[in-house]
Design a protein around this ligand. Structure first.
Ligand SMILES: Nc1nc2c(c(=O)[nH]1)N=C([C@H](O)[C@@H](O)CO)CN2
Length: 120
């Protein structure tokens, strides 16, 4: 199994459980690993034969920017579902971080794996 990835995709959004958090936008950071078979794209050297991380990234940014979830869990699940449903991705690992949310910690968040991991 090969991986196409996006690291530290920063997006501003409304997220959080507290009243003050509903009134501001905060930055979340997304790391996304997506199962892919990169051999076809490598052989043809054509984007049509590759999993286009730019189009996935732009779609994810647009989704997160308009979302207003309370929990990082809910946002992570929604992004995972979107990617699995809208792109040829059978499996993904997603890390959603909320920098500065806990004093003393660089960031907090969740890591999830969804979909069916291909063999090999
Ligand atoms: N498991 C979670 N715990 C907490 C979350 C969350 O989204 N998932 N959120 C908060 C607050 O919004 C916090 O980030 C504000 O600093 C607290 N715990």
């Amino acid at each position: 199994m090969d991986i196409v990835y996006i690291n530290d995709l920063k997006v501003d959004t409304v997220i959080g459980i507290f009243d003050w958090e509903r009134r501001i936008r905060q930055t979340v950071s997304l790391d996304l690993e997506m199962a892919a078979d990169i051999r076809r794209g490598a052989a043809t050297d054509h984007i049509d034969d590759a999993l286009d991380y730019k189009s996935i990234g732009k779609r994810v940014i647009a989704f997160i920017e308009q979302s207003e979830y309370q929990l990082v869990e809910t946002l992570a699940e929604a992004v995972a579902t979107l990617v699995l449903n809208e792109f040829p991705v059978p499996w993904l690992k997603l890390r959603l971080s909320k920098p500065g949310a806990l004093r003393g910690a660089r960031d907090v968040g969740v890591i999830i794996e969804r979909g069916e991991r291909p063999d090999g």
